[in-house]
Design a binder for this molecule. Structure first.
Ligand code: FE2
Length: 350
């Protein structure tokens, strides 16, 4: 027997009450929150594809089928696209061969047909700065009273992408995965419908196989995942105006049921700063950047740059940036948060 739970659906008011008495409520359960994103000033505008085309049409990205892969048995098909071109595909999916002629960078039109799933543009980078005006359109950017420390953590939006706009056709698939960087995340449904399946990090060994990757939720393989039935499957359907809230390392699998427009944010606060600090993903990206231009910090010997890992360099560079920043501005709310981040980084063994 598969253990199954429905993801609780709560009103924004109820979510706020629960979060007031337990600010770390996402650790133990995901929630579908109703009535939160309707507060966003952009709520109506962002549900309009012509508006999104005007605002983001020129950005380039990849569109893939499935969105990405997390299981070594699955092949990825991928095209390089501009967002407006992807929206053309969305309007006329039968014209895909013509729209993406010569643009396949993984697989081909034939392998795409064999996948039998639409392309999914899920790598659009629309935020690179903590003070981007877009955040005014989506205020409050996280449901109250949850805190959001993203803009206080140095280079948060520069090192990795943490804000996503997803427009997808029915059948578009995001396979089971855990998000990077130990963040919390939400998936806010501006239009359409998605089916979501989540698993707790406590059940990780049941749905993950180090040789293969993550379980195919729709077609579980008993040989590769002999204990998958022991994992509790949390399911829900996300409809327009709802937001799915997820805690650190909750694995999730998402299928678009009706053409969808969604936004997703990764965020950090007092409840997951320790997981964020310990995460190797941001440190790895940051370390790689530092190695490209080490003179900007003047912190590393050429020996260190050659011998040490990107993660080591990224963490050491971040500690130095935090320490220097705190010398100049030691006080206030932001300073106290940066101190917490620094002490979490200092507690990690190298
Ligand atoms: Fe995710």
């Amino acid at each position: 027997m598969v253990k199954q739970k429905n993801i609780p659906i709560v009103t924004y008011e109820e979510f706020q009450e629960r979060a007031k008495s337990n600010p770390n409520l996402l650790a133990k359960s995901p929630f579908i929150v109703e009535g939160y994103i309707q507060n966003w000033p952009c709520y109506e505008e962002w549900r309009n594809l012509d508006y999104l085309r005007k605002k983001f049409g020129k950005l380039s990205a990849y569109a893939c089928s499935p969105q990405f892969t997390t299981n070594s048995n699955v092949k990825l098909t991928r095209v390089k696209t501009r967002f407006d071109q992807y929206l053309d595909y969305l309007k006329n999916p039968e014209k895909i061969e013509e729209i993406y002629e010569g643009l396949w960078c993984d697989g081909s039109y034939e392998t795409f047909l064999a996948q039998n799933k639409p392309l999914y543009c899920g790598s659009l980078r629309i935020i690179q700065e903590a003070n981007d005006r877009i955040f005014d359109d989506l205020n409050p950017i996280v449901p109250k009273p949850l805190e959001n420390w993203n803009s206080i953590l140095p280079f948060y939006y520069k090192i990795c992408n943490h804000f996503w706009l997803y427009v997808s056709l029915p059948g578009a698939l995001t396979p089971l995965h855990q998000d990077n960087n130990g963040t919390f995340a939400y998936l806010a449904q501006l239009d359409g419908r998605k089916r979501v399946t989540l698993y707790s990090p406590e059940d990780f060994d049941f749905y993950h196989n180090s040789k293969v990757g993550f379980l195919d939720v729709l077609n579980p393989n008993d040989e590769e995942f002999p204990k998958w039935r022991s994992a509790t499957k949390w399911t829900g359907e996300l409809t327009q105006g709802q937001a799915l809230m997820m805690g650190t390392d909750w694995a999730h699998h998402v299928v678009t049921i009706e053409q969808s427009i969604s936004v997703s944010l990764d965020f950090v606060n007092q409840n997951n700063i320790s997981a964020y600090a310990a995460s190797e993903q941001w440190a790895n990206s940051f370390g790689r950047r530092v190695k490209m231009k080490p003179e900007a910090l003047g912190l590393f010997s050429s020996e260190e740059l050659k011998k040490k890992s990107d993660v080591y360099i990224g963490r050491k560079a971040m500690r130095s940036i935090l320490k220097n920043g705190l010398k100049n501005n030691n006080n206030g709310f932001d300073g106290s948060i940066r101190k917490v981040f620094l002490s979490e980084l200092e507690s990690l063994s190298e």
